[in-house]
Design a protein. Structure first.
Length: 70
């Protein structure tokens, strides 16, 4: 049980570190996107992606392509 909690914590730190780098690039490319628009909260990823897609006028697939390419 402890092992799985440790793995989840490591993954969370890795995801957060990855997202911190990506969100800085997103803010540079799209200056009208705010810090609060890019706030990563575990379990709320879908809502964040939907809001970003709406603000950028992009589909979910287009948004994922943009994020991966940055």
């Amino acid at each position: 049980m402890y092992f799985f909690k440790l793995i989840k914590k490591i993954m969370s730190v890795n995801i957060q570190g990855y997202w911190d780098k990506k969100k800085e690039k997103i803010k540079m490319k799209y200056p009208f996107i705010t810090e609060s628009d890019l706030l990563y909260r575990e379990g709320k990823e879908q809502e964040m992606m939907e809001m970003l897609g709406y603000k950028l006028g992009k589909s979910k697939q287009e948004l994922l392509t943009i994020i991966v390419a940055l």
